[in-house]
Design a protein around this ligand. Structure first.
Ligand SMILES: Cc1cc2nc3c(=O)[nH]c(=O)nc-3n(C[C@H](O)[C@H](O)[C@H](O)COP(=O)(O)OP(=O)(O)OC[C@H]3O[C@@H](n4cnc5c(N)ncnc54)[C@H](O)[C@@H]3O)c2cc1C
Length: 403
């Protein structure tokens, strides 16, 4: 293919993975990230199945293993912090997996692995695109203009380039939940066990250890869909705090941390359903194209396999149109399967009444009960760790055989 100058937008998981592979196939790659530096927040993610297979192909398995979060299992507790059930790492029902890493550590590993071969531009994003039959001209927020052959958006669920190019055609399936992630100081109640607590009013707190001596917190609650995203961070914090006040357990500690954090990620839990993943010289990958939500436990698998397949198809196709088509053909069935959630999920694990909470907490003590199974399935766990449920062709070999 002649069109080899590519701009990728978004330096998280999908963007740097795509950059690595495109460079390997001889493309000239730049990555523009909207934030001033890598965004390293978030909780544990597990590298399993296709993500692990791709990490191996990239020579990263050992580095990922070395960055293990040290979590030894999960404990379900009630609002008095009384233990209801625990599942150690080696239990079939545990949420903690073999290769568990902080999202930020994986982002950093992927960035470090590609930065010497790829031009990273921070603190910038696309404000305008203009396609011609030969190329695509991009105007950045910084005022700079540059011409590329292709642009790939890996900007996550709220992608502004997707909106600019595809308009309103993307649909969002709101799952009735909002979630917040933040890093907090470790307290005496924290240990190497993750703790899950269902509190009053359809709210779930989860605290997990990290490998830096701090604790990673998530707050997830049931709510009607509102446009919190367009509000300031201070206003988003207020929404969260109001929702958490008086819910018990360690909510006062968390409210205090939210008040002073600089590291808040707060968003609605929605799946992204895009009728097409490319238009002209622009394509979408990762959450920007097909976010399945953290609830599906597939974000890393989808982001890395989409990046791997798109890069591979671009390396073997005669034209970018052909590559975009086969990328979509190969990925779409996997995306559709990954976005399917079991009936009743996620609402089943977010009771709003005291009775519902009591019943759920009683069921937690029964290892094989449906809420426990639902929670484990919510995060895609309890599945065979090595299962690679999408075909990942050996594009390097295919390229070697062709030339
Ligand atoms: C700060 C943060 C914390 C997260 N924490 C968790 C977690 O704890 N658990 C979990 O399961 N998932 C978490 N996620 C989501 C998870 O990373 C994704 O579901 C998945 O890994 C797919 O990654 P992605 O690369 O497609 O998109 P994302 O990880 O969403 O990354 C998108 C990147 O694009 C950048 N960006 C956005 N708009 C633009 C633009 N216009 N131009 C250039 N760059 C842009 C963003 O700053 C970000 O770096 C988090 C995401 C972020 C950004």
């Amino acid at each position: 293919m002649k069109n080899k100058k590519v701009l990728i937008t978004g330096a998280s998981i999908a963007g740097p993975t795509l950059a690595y592979w495109l460079h390997k196939y001889g493309f000239e790659v730049s990555v523009a990230e909207r934030a001033a530096a890598l965004r390293l927040g978030g909780q544990n993610i597990d590298v399993k199945g296709p993500a692990l297979e791709i990490a191996r192909k990239m020579g990263l398995e050992d580095r990922i293993r070395d960055a293990n979060t040290t979590e030894i299992g999960i404990r379900f507790v009630n609002t008095d912090n009384k233990l209801l059930a625990e599942f150690p790492k080696d239990s079939a029902l545990s949420m903690t997996q073999d290769l568990e890493i902080l999202r930020g550590d994986l982002v950093n590993i992927l960035y470090e692995h590609s930065r010497k071969d790829v031009l990273y531009l921070f603190d910038d994003y696309i404000t305008q695109v203009q396609e011609s039959p030969h190329d695509i001209s991009v105007t950045f927020n910084s005022g700079k203009t540059e011409t590329y052959d292709l642009v790939i958006s890996a900007e996550g669920i709220g992608s502004s380039t997707r909106k600019l190019v595809f308009g309103e055609e993307t649909e969002f399936k709101f799952l009735g939940l909002y979630t917040a992630y933040l890093t907090i100081e470790k307290a005496a109640t924290d240990s190497r066990w993750a703790r899950w607590c269902n509190a009053r009013g359809g709210i779930v707190y989860m605290l997990r250890p990290d490998n830096y001596g701090s604790t990673r917190a998530s707050v997830t609650f049931l709510a009607d869909e509102k446009d919190y995203k367009s509000r300031s961070v201070a206003e988003q914090k207020q929404v969260l705090i109001e929702r958490m006040r008086g819910t018990g357990w360690e909510s006062d500690r968390l409210i205090n941390e939210i008040t002073r954090t600089q590291d808040l990620y707060f968003d609605k839990v929605s799946q992204v359903k895009s009728p097409r993943w490319s238009k002209g010289r622009i394509a979408l990958i990762g959450d920007a194209a097909y976010c399945a939500t953290p609830i599906a436990g597939k974000g890393t698998d989808l982001a890395m396999s989409g990046a791997y397949i798109l890069a591979g198809e671009l390396s073997i196709a005669e034209t970018y149109q052909e590559a975009f088509d086969s990328y979509e053909k190969k990925m779409r069935p996997y995306v559709e399967k990954s976005q399917k959630l079991p009936p009743g999920v996620p609402r089943i694990v977010y009771p709003t009444s005291r009775l519902g909470l009591f019943l759920l907490n009683s069921l937690f003590t029964v290892a094989g009960s449906s809420p426990v199974k639902s929670i484990i399935s919510l995060f895609g766990k309890g599945k065979k760790k090595e299962e690679v449920d999408i075909d990942l062709p050996d594009y390097l070999q295919i390229n070697r055989n062709r030339f």
